[in-house]
Ligand binder design. Structure first.
Ligand code: FES
Length: 84
């Protein structure tokens, strides 16, 4: 397994409830989140369509897609609300 370390952004740029979009060459669009001082990264593109999750609504450890209201658990990346 190859380990990859990539600088995404500064922690000061990611405040709670305001996910940050990050684009890194050769990686899919990413979203960086601050959940109670812990930092998480997920794909930024919704699994249901081409919406950017960073345009959605973060509440605690949940990110709601701006298009159809589907949602994901930020800590695990798991879809939690249909149609994601
Ligand atoms: S595009 Fe995200 S829920 Fe439909």
């Amino acid at each position: 397994m190859t380990e990859l370390l990539v600088r995404l952004c500064r922690v000061e740029e990611v405040s709670g409830g305001e996910p940050v979009a990050v684009n890194v060459e050769s990686l899919p669009p990413l979203a960086v989140y601050n959940v109670d001082g812990e930092y998480f990264v997920t794909d930024n593109t919704c699994t249901h369509g081409s919406a950017m999750l960073t345009d959605g609504f973060q509440e605690d450890a949940t990110i709601e897609c701006p298009f159809h209201g589907g949602a994901f658990d930020i800590r695990t990346g798991a879809a939690t609300v249909f149609p994601c």
